[in-house]
Design a protein around this ligand. Structure first.
Ligand code: NCD
Ligand code: ZN
Length: 349
């Protein structure tokens, strides 16, 4: 069994970097782990136009330089937040910008900062989706219904029937990424669907099932959306991530919230994993006996789907004990990484 693993430098195809002091606190972590990342637009207010996305990209670039990251060492790939009022012209501007790689759909009310999200996708956004299909711009989908009558553990499966299938029937050539896939239903849908569909998978959904949220008490740092599911779903995700289909690739969904907002009577959803993302993913692939598939998942399938060049430099992972810090600084606050205080068996060199 080899104690080092060399792979092409990976990318993160789903990342929350936040803004201001929070951005400055976390951006260096992602730059250590990844060459590029798709930056989620759910700021307050959300990033709804190309002008806002370019201004946000500038703030990220400044934060990278303040964090001592060499110019060009980490590339933020920007996204637009789809609303009921997004215009088809904005899609053209995004396509021509070269900076915006995709549009993100948050069903209104589904997750953190999604109030401005879409109320009725096929009713409100037809012209925009039509334009995205025409120019080949991917739609990144938070695939959960926000209907309070639907059980929180069923929201992804219900979304497939209520939204995903009708959407893809109406726009079969639309490029779609089913973000942070969490269920066997989702895996089967993405694996078998016709047309240009892919999915990102987080480290927490590969490593944990929903018991982790309740082990010995309520553990808020394991709470994210979509929520962790049953073991059968985790196993399906591991099979997908380590399997043959090119449709499944890495997206951390690292979503930092200050310690006090997680350890709270109404705690925020989101796991902080940018700090130790590759350590977590490598542990999951090692446990599955599929370290040989890590490079495809982390470094090859993502750029291929996004039609971007693969990275050319390499990174090394070493089999060595790594203690996850109990907390890290977060502006004036602190941030608790996923599995804080626990030990992993791999370290990114
Ligand atoms: C994300 C966040 O905090 O921005 N939270 C999460 O639990 N994943 C939003 C999201 O991606 O759903
Ligand atoms: Zn997310």
């Amino acid at each position: 069994m080899s104690d080092t693993l060399s792979i092409i430098r990976p990318d993160d195809w789903h990342l929350h970097l936040r803004d201001g002091p929070a951005l400055r606190a976390v951006v260096g972590d992602s730059a250590k782990q990844f060459a590029r990342a798709v930056i989620m637009p759910n700021l307050k207010p959300p990033v709804t136009t190309v002008a806002l996305a370019l201004a946000y990209r500038d703030r990220i670039t400044t934060a990278l330089s303040e964090a001592g990251v060499a110019p060009g060492a980490f590339t933020p790939l920007m996204t637009l937040y789809l609303t009921d009022n997004t215009s088809a012209d904005e899609i053209d501007r995004a396509h021509e910008s070269g900076a915006v790689v995709a549009v993100k759909l948050y069903p209104a009310g589904a997750t953190t900062n999604s109030d401005a999200g879409v109320s009725d996708l096929l009713g409100c956004c037809g012209a925009v989706i039509e334009r995205m299909q025409r120019v080949g711009m991917p739609l990144l989908i938070h695939g959960e219904v926000a209907d309070p009558a639907v059980d929180v553990f069923d929201r992804e499966a219900v979304f497939i029937e209520r939204v995903m299938k009708p959407l893809r029937k109406a726009y079969p050539e639309l490029r779609v990424v089913f973000e942070h896939l969490t269920t066997k239903d989702g895996v089967e849908y993405v694996r078998d669907a016709q047309g240009p569909v892919a999915a990102t998978i987080t480290a927490q959904h590969l490593l944990y099932n929903r018991n982790a949220i309740f082990q010995g008490g309520v553990r808020p740092h394991w709470y994210c959306l979509p929520i962790l599911k049953r073991e059968v779903h985790r196993q399906a995700l591991v099979e997908a991530a380590t399997g043959d289909s090119p449709r499944f690739f890495l997206g951390t969904d690292s979503a930092p919230h200050a310690r006090g907002l997680k350890e709270n009577a109404c705690g925020c959803a989101g796991c902080y994993t940018a700090l130790h993302a590759m350590e977590l993913y490598t542990t999951a692939f090692d446990r599955a006996g599929r370290l040989d598939r890590l490079e495809a998942f982390a470094s090859l399938r993502g750029p291929d789907f996004y039609r971007l060049p693969r990275n050319t430099t390499r990174v090394t992972l070493r089999r060595e004990a790594y203690g996850i810090p109990h907390e890290v600084p977060y502006g004036d606050d602190t941030l608790v990484p996923l599995a804080a205080g626990e030990s992993l068996g791999w370290r990114l060199a």
